[in-house]
Design a protein around this ligand. Structure first.
Ligand SMILES: [Fe+2]
Length: 208
């Protein structure tokens, strides 16, 4: 799988119906094959006539977006950010029914007091995003974790924070099943977190 132009649509690491009944099949199909594919296609379209950037990774493009020609800067930021955020989001979900490991729980307790307090704060953050965006549990450079929100398809790539867990709160992530009930979607989404995948991110974020 390329991590440079032409970018590809990474298949879901599970079946479209795998997250039922929490996230419905149709939402997964529209979200992955519709929205994410559009981000991939539009990112490639933006870069097509700029061979200078065809070997830049997605991360390099997003970190150095200000160095790109003005004509494609916004398209790469929005669509590249969309690809990056969605690949991450789909990766940390699954029908695994696993739970946070003891190590993960200890990290959560160190940063938030308890798992329940973490859940409450994360849910509050996800509810607070106005319009489209993301709530993210991120590793900070001091070995702790914090919860942040970002708008649209921004990323944390140009910060010192490293994403561990993220939820898409744009309506396309839940509207077909949950309509306007974002709080219910967040509750349901907590059932389909793949904590093993999250732990991979802890290692990558140097918290484990
Ligand atoms: Fe999305």
């Amino acid at each position: 799988m390329n991590n440079h132009y032409p970018f590809e649509l990474i298949p879901l690491p599970y079946d479209y119906q795998a997250l039922e009944p929490y996230i419905d099949t149709q939402t997964m199909m529209v979200h992955h094959d519709g929205h994410l594919k559009t981000y991939v296609d539009n990112l490639n379209k933006a870069l097509r006539d700029y061979p200078k950037y065809h070997f830049w990774s997605l991360e390099k493009l997003l970190i150095n977006v200000d160095r790109l020609p003005g004509k494609i800067r916004t398209a790469v930021k929005n669509n590249g950010g969309g690809v990056y955020n969605h690949d991450f989001y789909f990766y940390i979900m699954g029908n695994t029914n696993n739970e946070p490991s003891q190590k993960m729980l200890r990290l959560i307790e160190n940063s938030f007091g308890s798992y329940n307090q973490f859940f409450t704060k994360f849910k509050e953050a996800a509810l607070s995003v106005f319009g489209s965006g993301w709530a993210i549990l991120a590793a900070d450079p001091n070995g702790g974790m914090r919860i942040v929100t970002i708008a649209n398809q921004d990323t944390l790539l140009r910060t010192r924070l490293f994403p561990i867990l993220s939820i898409d709160v744009w309506e396309h992530a839940y509207y077909l099943k949950h309509q306007n009930r974002r709080a219910d979607y967040i509750d349901d989404w907590f059932h389909v977190i793949d904590w093993r995948a999250v732990e991979d991110n802890l290692i990558a974020g140097r918290l484990l």
